[in-house]
Design a protein. Structure first.
Length: 341
């Protein structure tokens, strides 16, 4: 009897629910009469900044392009087979965290004290749910921990030791901090420290943050971002990556965004949410919103960086105001590209 009453109440509630559409469970799209839409889109980045064209050795450029192609290929397979955008962005970011080429997971940059402190964030645009970790030093894949925070805790963000205890309890892989070391990043820190000593402006290789955004065949958007932050950052500094709305944001009504660049500016300008808000309230297209925020607003503040984004219709933006942004995209029609400059 009690069951019957509660079921009745549930039906009544869902009939008259004031919840916004994006919070309600969505049934798979029925485009062209089939269960799933044919359309899906995946965009990734491996950080903005980087050297001007011609400075990076050709074989290093090739290594980046090959790695991004492999990530796109794996993500494309997942989405084509009806996988969710959430699984796709987590998997792509994990692959880039595992690659020493990028400033996330293995290959993260060093703090001024010579440690790796990492941040990651993830957001599910269908449910409006988000998760993040910050300042973690032993979680092999910070993005997996961010997803666990979103799905297995009451919270949105966990930091430092608390995040690590939680990740361990969730059965995520824990590694010794030395796992994240790469000589390239260590040398980059030494270069910046030396320049500081000589009172020269430091311009370390700061690019390398990774991110992914996707639209799946159910019409759902997701975003994920992971980073070691910025070379020579202060112990305890947290960037935009794990701040929902700054470095990572997804909303089925508008778009999914993952950012890279000088985090302090991206936090102050709430960059990812700003792009979504311009679409929602000003009816701007994704490319107009992204272009305004990155090339006008941030640029006028002297802020470097870029974003990747996909909107609910599968339109793509890869917008940056730096020399380079490691980036790539693939869509259901087989169109795929990777680029640096
Ligand atoms: N946005 C990152 C941060 O500030 C760094 C980057 O994208 O290069 O932590």
């Amino acid at each position: 009897m009690k069951n019957l009453v509660s079921r009745y109440l549930l039906v009544l509630f869902s009939l008259f629910s004031p919840l916004p559409a994006f919070l309600l469970p969505q049934s798979p799209s029925t485009e062209s009469g089939s269960q799933l839409a044919a359309k899906w889109t995946l965009v990734i980045h491996g950080g903005a900044g980087g050297p001007a064209k011609g400075v990076m050795p050709a074989e290093k450029e090739k290594a980046y392009l090959d790695e991004m192609s492999a990530v796109l290929q794996a993500g494309a397979k997942l989405l084509e087979n009806g996988g969710t955008s959430l699984d796709a962005v987590e998997m792509c970011v994990k692959m880039m965290e595992d690659s020493p080429l990028f400033n996330a997971g293995k290959g993260a940059v060093f703090t001024a004290e010579g440690k790796n402190e990492m941040d990651a964030g993830i957001m599910d645009g269908k449910m409006g749910k988000a998760g993040a970790v910050a300042g973690v030093t032993t979680i092999k894949n910070p993005v997996a921990a961010a997803r666990a925070v979103m799905e297995k805790s009451e919270h949105v963000m966990l930091i430092g030791e608390g995040a690590e205890i939680f990740a361990r309890k969730q059965g995520l892989e824990i590694v010794d901090p030395s796992y994240f070391f790469t000589k390239d990043r260590w040398d980059a820190l030494q270069k910046v420290l030396q320049k500081e000593k000589e009172k020269q402006p430091g311009d370390a290789e700061k690019h390398g943050t990774v991110g992914a955004v996707a639209l799946d065949r159910y019409g759902n958007l997701s975003a994920a971002t992971s980073t070691g932050g910025m070379t020579n950052k202060m112990k305890g500094r947290i960037g935009d990556t794990p701040i929902i709305g700054a470095g990572t944001y997804a909303n089925n009504r508008t778009c999914a965004v993952s950012a890279t660049g000088h985090g302090e500016f991206f936090i102050r300008h709430v960059v990812s949410y700003d792009i979504s808000a311009r679409m929602e309230y000003l009816n701007e297209s994704l490319s107009a919103a992204a272009n305004y925020v990155i090339n006008e607003k941030l640029k006028s503040q002297g802020a470097n960086g870029g974003i990747i984004a996909v909107d609910k219709d599968g339109n793509i933006a890869m917008t940056f105001n730096t020399n380079a942004m490691f980036r790539g995209s693939v869509t259901a029609n087989g169109k795929s590209e990777v680029a640096i400059y």
